[in-house]
Design a protein around this ligand. Structure first.
Ligand code: NAD
Length: 428
């Protein structure tokens, strides 16, 4: 069997590898020719995707990459994993899906299966994508070609989270579409969870991400409330987590980041309006989570104040640019918001992140492009008035940080295991 995976990013690349390892011939397609070139040389551009895994599959011709969409003619199934961001006005931007649909439609052959994996609002597959594919191919979904939605559940850098082991929800445009999509994923993934429609599958992914966003907002709010009472939220969560049923720990932080949790809930908000419904939980969670960087900046100001220093002119090191520990993905990272807020107050801000040596162009915060991580040395770290821990990478030596830094503002409870640091740590 030969399939195409379109969009070779954090989702599409691991998925391609899993299919290729399952003896499916995989053609990876991306509009980014640099990525295609690297992959065909057996190289990786994602920290937790091993180059050796790619090289092995390229060598045995199970995987190759291309920018040429006409090669779609040769495949039996196409899986779409392109980005789904928000516009500046925080509305869904499905232009990448639309563009992909336009590019593949003329090359679809009879009987081919098209599956969308990008996170999106219910109706994208059977309304928006279907219309584009039918128009561009002159064929009908459900009879001439098959159409399905299956959300990705990638958890980058989580060692336990292997693509093969994560149950895969699949919804089809028709019962036959579902059957075809289920058969495809069975080749590479152990457990498939069929649902009654593409819309149910789309809504499932949104529920999963909204669940996280709302629960993170809850602990972020409790952090402020308990903090005012002199109670440490981290200690409370550790205690609550001993309950063997009905509780699941979520942790506070400096704000939401990444490509999913800050964005996906608003796909539903937008679609709900079309049906005259409001998503109050989602909006409240968004409001609380987006206020977190302001709270952190207040704590930085308090910590500086205690040293008789103003924010203006103070040297602040933001530790961790990636939005979560042990990844190199800094999209939508709250660290950028913190850097921005501190620079607006005329602080002198640098960052340290072993996985982001230089800031690449991003849609937001373009003012930071080209900045480089500082070196991890005693002389450098001791030179800052504050080290602000925004991301708790496990490769950082927190004992050295405790020994070298003069003051630490910790948004991740990263210093909890270093008792000698307690006098200089401000939790935020
Ligand atoms: N990153 C995650 O952990 C994660 C988890 C679950 C779901 N998702 C969802 O999966 C989707 C993809 O996310 P990602 O993190 O892999 O994004 P990404 O930005 O890492 O990768 C997307 C890739 O698509 C390519 N691309 C863009 N337009 C294209 C086009 N028209 N044709 C071909 N290639 C194109 C880009 O060059 C890029 O390589 C999103 O909808 C996201 O919400 C992501």
């Amino acid at each position: 069997m030969k399939i195409a995976v379109i969009g070779l990013g954090y989702v599409g690349l691991p998925l391609s590898i899993q299919f290729a390892r399952s003896r499916v011939n995989v053609l990876g397609i991306d509009v980014d020719s640099k990525k295609v070139e690297l992959l065909n040389k057996g190289q990786s551009y994602i920290k937790h995707v091993e180059a050796s895994a790619i090289a092995e599959l390229v060598d045995c011709r199970k995987f190759s990459a291309s920018t040429d969409f006409s090669l779609i003619k040769q495949v039996e199934a196409v899986i779409i994993c392109v980005p789904t961001p928000l516009t500046k006005n925080r509305e869904p931007d499905i232009s990448f899906i639309v563009e992909t649909g336009r590019l593949i439609a003329p090359h679809l052959t009879r009987g081919v299966l098209v599956v969308l994996e990008s996170t999106t609002y219910p109706g994208t597959t059977d309304e928006d994508l279907r219309a584009i594919l039918e128009h561009g191919s002159g064929m009908k979904a459900g009879s001439d070609f098959h159409l399905a939605f299956s959300p990705e559940r990638e958890d980058p850098a989580n060692e336990q989270s292997k693509v093969k082991k994560i149950q895969k929800v699949v919804g089809g445009y028709s019962p036959v579409c579902l059957e075809r999509a289920t058969a495809l994923y069975r080749r590479a993934i152990e457990t498939i969870v069929p649902v009654s429609s593409c819309r149910v599958a789309e809504a499932t992914k949104l529920l999963e991400n909204i669940f996280r966003s709302v629960n993170i907002a809850l602990v972020n709010e409790l952090k402020l409330v308990y903090g005012a009472m002199g109670i440490d939220i981290w200690e409370v969560i550790e205690a609550a987590k001993t309950k063997p049923f009905g509780f699941m720990p979520f942790y506070p932080g400096p704000g939401l980041g990444g490509h999913c949790i800050p964005i996906d809930p608003f796909y539903l908000t937008w679609k709900a309006r079309e049906h005259g419904e409001h998503t109050r939980f989602i909006e409240l969670a968004g409001e609380i989570n987006t206020r977190m960087p302001d709270h952190v900046v207040h704590r930085v100001a308090d910590a500086l104040n205690a040293q008789q220093k103003p924010i203006k002119g103070s040297r602040i090191l933001v530790l961790g640019l990636a939005y979560k520990p042990n990844v190199d993905d800094e999209r939508q990272s709250p660290s950028y918001v913190l850097m921005d807020l501190l620079e607006q107050r005329h602080a002198k801000v640098d960052y340290y992140d072993p996985y982001v040596p230089v800031i690449k162009p991003t849609r937001e915060h373009s003012q930071f492009v080209g900045r480089r991580s500082v070196e991890w040395t005693q002389a450098t770290i001791a030179n800052f008035d504050i080290v602000l821990i925004a991301t708790n990478h496990s490769s950082v030596n927190y004992q050295e940080l405790a020994d070298w830094a003069c003051c630490i503002v910790d948004t991740r409870n990263a210093m909890a295991s270093i008792p000698s640091a307690s006098g200089k740590v401000w939790k935020a």
